[in-house]
Design a protein around this ligand. Structure first.
Ligand SMILES: *Cc1c(COP(=O)(O)O)cnc(C)c1O
Length: 410
């Protein structure tokens, strides 16, 4: 553990970690179970097109979240695109700008306009009052995002959608294993979309799924996922290729079986961060409602630069110099990325809370690849840096004088 400020890498000490520590290092699960599944798959020579592993994965996900249907897909972005299309969304759809870019792209890709709506600065999810204000005659739907696995205000959004005849879809990429008012995420709105990307709580390497209780919608999405094929030589619908391969389902089933262990590790890490960060002024760890279930997959700190003495970006630089790859999700916000920055040049004037939150949050490494000693060291770095904010700032400023291409990247 670093003893004093001179040990900080930014002030001349060696980096705390020889290997980079990542925010989203994949959870793996039981390796031998995975290899058994892959052996059986190879014996069957059934690698795609709704094999037994994908079917089992779908059944287990649907049962776990309590939804009638689970339609597994190659990733959550395609799953969002298909759900949006199957719901018949057109014109404008209200989405937060504080989300991963895929939420907006899934709309724009099919020439539907994402209308960026502000968030509640405390919960980081859609602000229902702002949603109401963004509705126009062209609005066809709302996509809520359960950011960090904390449910967005589902009841309020459902009411707004019902009153205005809008479809309500949820991007639940972060929220597998989470609940809202005691019910599992996955059963709300017209449909919810999970991501099983490598960095997510349960992963397939690449993978996603739509869950829904609507039989017609499920049938339509199953057709769309498989080129519209309804029989061997029969296509009844426009479709794409959104199928999940068997290999991904093998990984998905295996990580799904280890979910309790992953949550336990994530929660242990979360509590360690909470205990350590409590004594550092200006840094506050995200909170999770103890009455709800959650996956604790995100160790997010909010930086109050005035109280901490250093800004979020300065602390990120300090950590990167130590080989801690802390991330500024979802900086700078979808509205400041293309094509949206050009399409909506004034969006930042409206999105006040989005701008503020995107400027102060920092994700710290957690998950099954991160241990308690590493967390203590990361927090010690933050403690020493904020305790010597003046020296750290001067060091960062002099480092910035060096052209980027000659700076040694940790
Ligand atoms: C990861 C993520 C996605 C995209 O998921 P993929 O499976 O990588 O396509 C969409 N929305 C949010 C909020 C995400 O975090």
């Amino acid at each position: 553990m670093k003893a004093d400020k001179s040990a900080l890498s930014i002030l001349g000490g060696p980096p705390a970690f020889a290997e980079p520590l990542h925010v989203g290092r994949p959870n793996v699960g039981d390796r031998s179970r995975l290899l058994q599944r892959i052996e059986a798959m190879l014996d069957r020579r059934w690698l795609s097109n709704q094999g037994p592993l994908v079917s089992e994965f779908e059944e287990r996900i649907a049962a776990y979240v309590g939804a009638k249907h689970c339609i597994a897909m190659c990733n959550a972005t395609v799953a969002l695109e298909i759900a949006i299309r199957a719901l018949g969304l057109t014109g404008e759809v209200i989405v937060p700008a504080f989300t991963f870019i895929a939420t907006a792209h899934a709309l724009q890709w099919q020439e539907i306009t994402p209308v960026f709506c502000d968030i509640d600065p405390n919960t980081h999810t859609l602000d229902p009052e702002w949603v109401r204000r963004m509705i126009t005659p062209r609005t066809s739907g709302i996509i809520g995002v359960h950011v960090w696995g904390r449910a967005c205000p589902i009841d309020a959004l459902t009411e707004i959608a019902d009153e205005n005849g809008l479809s309500l879809l949820f991007d639940a990429a972060h929220a597998f294993g989470a609940s809202y008012r005691g019910r599992m995420i996955g059963g709300f709105g017209a449909a919810e979309v999970f991501s099983f990307h490598a960095t997510k709580f349960i992963n397939c390497g690449e993978g996603g799924a739509v869950v829904t209780n609507d039989d017609c919608l499920a049938e339509k999405m199953r057709l769309m996922r498989n080129f519209g094929f309804s029989g061997l030589d029969q296509v009844t619908y426009i479709g794409t290729n959104g199928k999940m391969p068997e290999l991904s389902a093998a990984m998905g089933l295996t990580t799904f079986e280890s979910r309790d262990e992953f949550v336990a590790t994530n929660e242990r890490n979360y509590r360690a961060y909470a205990a350590e960060l409590a004594s550092i002024p200006g840094l506050s760890l995200i909170t999770y409602d103890p009455a709800e279930r959650c996956n604790f997959q995100y160790a997010l700190v909010e930086v109050d630069a005035a109280a901490a003495g250093l800004s979020r970006d300065e602390l990120a630089d300090v950590l990167w110099a130590e080989n801690v790859r802390a991330r500024r999700y979802f900086y700078p916000g979808c509205h400041r990325m293309e094509p949206y920055a050009s399409l909506f040049p004034h969006a930042s004037l409206v999105l006040r809370a989005t701008e503020a939150v995107a400027g102060r949050v920092l994700l710290l490494p957690t998950g099954t690849a991160v241990g308690l000693d590493e967390i203590r060291e990361i927090c010690q770095i933050l403690r020493l840096a904020t305790g010597s904010a003046g020296d750290v700032r001067r060091a960062l400023e002099s480092r910035r004088q060096v052209p980027v291409e000659r700076r040694k990247v940790a």
